[in-house]
Write a protein that binds this ligand. Structure first.
Ligand code: FPP
Length: 255
């Protein structure tokens, strides 16, 4: 913990009666919009698909670094519900990378204490991808060093639609009164029902938007944007984001 305190530039002990230091100055849940793979490749005169492959390497590095930096949950936006609109060869590459990642990386992640989880409309993915995801999730389900939460065929609006449908079904079946629907009830129906909300959302490649990512869950998240393209994103950039986060004052709507 001392190393981490130093990392974020906080050398003094926190005042009494505040949350434990490690909880207040370090984000427990970091969510990342891994943007810029295409531009990274184009800049080098390479096909966009090469950028996505380089993006997987960057992901490997960040997953390795995250638990050492006190991060307990890492949610990464790997494929959105809108990404199907991309050219077929790019969609195929992303689907193959997902398959490869789950197939080749699961064992290493397992050894490193990483639990793999997936959020999104997983049931709409091709059968092979669903199978590999299920296998990786099952293999790693007891691990607790880090939860790697892959957002695949994920959209924040689709997630809310799914939650509302399932709430409506409960109402229809007589198990829930419409008046009993509150924020907690909605939350119970999100893909992330078992996870705390992200404390910090990182976006690479400079765009200032959420792009349909964790819309409900990011209500009070701190947002950190860097111009660095995702394939160039390293542990040092992650540390920089954590340092900035440690300086932010989170008020959650209060004063
Ligand atoms: C955005 O870059 C990135 C994506 C749509 C995919 C992100 C995927 C990875 C980092 C690798 C896949 C990971 C797994 C586990 C399968 P972009 O293509 O929109 O870049 P651009 O904005 O520069 O065009």
């Amino acid at each position: 913990m001392d190393d981490l305190r130093e990392l974020v530039g906080l050398k003094r002990a926190a005042p009494r009666n505040t949350a434990p230091r490690e909880e207040s100055y370090l984000p427990r849940h970091v969510a990342i919009i891994m943007d810029g793979n295409g531009r990274w490749a184009t800049q080098r005169g390479l096909p966009r698909t090469v950028g996505h492959r380089a993006g997987v390497e960057a992901l490997r590095g960040v997953v390795k670094a995250a638990p050492d930096l006190g991060i307990k949950i890492l949610t990464c936006y790997a494929f959105s519900t809108e990404n199907w609109k991309r050219p077929k060869d790019e969609v195929d590459t992303l689907m193959n990378l997902l398959l490869e990642y789950c197939r080749l990386e699961a064992e290493t992640l397992h050894k490193n204490g990483v639990r793999i989880n997936a959020i999104g409309r997983i049931h709409e993915l091709p059968a092979a991808q669903q199978q590999e995801i299920a296998r990786a999730v099952a293999l790693t389900r007891e691990n607790d060093r880090l939860i790697l939460n892959l957002a695949v065929n994920y959209g924040g609006q689709a997630e809310l639609v799914d939650a509302f449908r399932s709430l409506a079904a409960e109402v229809k079946a007589g198990g829930l009164e419409p008046e009993a629907i509150d924020a907690a009830a909605v939350r119970r129906h999100l893909y992330t029902a078992d996870l705390p909300d992200p404390d910090l959302v990182i976006r690479t490649a400079g765009e200032m938007r959420l792009s349909n990512f964790l819309l409900w869950q990011s209500a009070y998240a701190e947002i950190w944007v860097t111009d660095v393209y995702w394939p160039d994103f390293t542990r040092e950039h992650l540390e920089q984001a954590l340092r900035d986060y440690a300086r932010r004052e989170r008020r959650f709507g209060a004063v």
